[in-house]
Design a binder for this molecule. Sequence first.
Ligand code: AMP
Ligand code: MG
Length: 487
Amino acid sequence: MKALDELTFDNRFARLGDAFSTHVLPEPLDEPRLVVASKAAMALLDLDPAVAQTPVFAELFGGHKLWAEAEPRAMVYSGHQFGGYTPQLGDGRGLLLGEVYNEAGEHWDLHLKGAGMTPYSRMGDGRAVLRSSIREFLASEALHALGIPTSRALCVIGSSTPVWREKQERGAMVLRLAHSHIRFGHFEYFYYTKKPEQQAELAEHVLNLHYPECREQPEPYLAMFREIVERNAEMIAKWQAYGFCHGVMNTDNMSILGITFDFGPFAFLDDFDAHFICNHSDHEGRYSFSNQVPIGQWNLSALAQALTPFISVDALKEALGLYLPLYQAHYLDLMRRRLGLTTAEDDDQKLVERLLKLMQNSGVDYTLFFRRLGDEPAALAVTRLRDDFVDMAGFDTWAEQYKARVARDGDYTQEQRRERMHAVNPLYILRNYLAQNAIAAAESGDYSEVRRLHEVLTRPFEEQAGMEQYAQRPPDWGKHLEISCSS
Ligand code: AMP
Ligand code: MG
């Protein structure tokens, strides 16, 4: 276990130089205070969890202090936003403080979000508000607990600094951890600004640090792109299987590591709705829940375009062709497991599709349906769940098919079935209204609810005594909360 001043830095990205990032110091928040910290994320840095309670912790992650070895940098990148190319974006309110490596030899980027203005702030104030910082923190740690690849969050620091959004709010900072903060948009930036040398340097950097096994392949860059395609297919399959809607899948928010990245107006589905749009500024539904699948491919194509200096167009196209089949295979595998199936049959895809259609028509709670399906033997479970469906006859037909499928699947006890299903079907997810309750309390200075919700979400598959209220469907007010981009 380490104290805060014992972290070891090795700032590899900063060493790429000024063409890639700019030195900027964090702008401190007034009266910084700990809102919430993640013990699990602290463990990634070998940090003793007790250090979160010390004043220096809030000072460091509230922008007042820096380690001598930290080299705070704002990264430059660009990206396609809602389908259109924006030539220059970059860290407008976040800083890469440096790269820390732990005792296991893993490198973690320390990125402080909400750290003030940078050369890339454009019209923004460089700040993040408490509300959005709490949302990013909870989402990172909740997705991780569900087994969905994601950036992590170490802590949220609150303050008394006023920040103007639609109304006056308070500034906050979230400390984000990831093995890299390089986005698709980094490659696009050097491609479209026609800087082939830096483009090559960036590609080498990513290959050497993050895809070293691809070095052994005959075409290392192609192997790396294939791996990126594969990771994205798997990540998005997990989003779809667990009802996660990212909300702003611009290419500047897509990680080169295939992890969920840059949380904005995200949401988990309450009622199943394939057409759900979580970002109320997304008028055309470009990033609706079901569109995430083709958008994943669109984004990979944008990255492929930026990689044309290194890889032939035919090879890129072939690699892109892997995306959909891989996505479908991962998705179906997960959905089979959510249904408690251990074998594969040709018609399983249809069984899933029919169920989702019935859920869609009746507004059935996506998370609780699967959880309850495992609570009891299949025949009993479907009888109980039937009441949630408007089209009961339609559900009965599905239920007969499902029971027959379960019977063919294998011979196991209900205990085995429940254990297996509960291990993939969470009881607790980060529902928007739960986040909203925790935020409202935090905005009035009470952080206990954020901390409790975070604790519950770190063990989403385990029933936790006294936490029944976190496993409920949303109340009416909590069903259609509008979450905007202004964070
Ligand atoms: P996002 O929608 O959060 O992914 O941000 C898109 C771009 O806008 C990125 O370049 C951000 O750094 C920048 N940005 C977002 N909010 C702010 C802000 N409050 N101040 C400065 N830049 C911002
Ligand atoms: Mg972003």
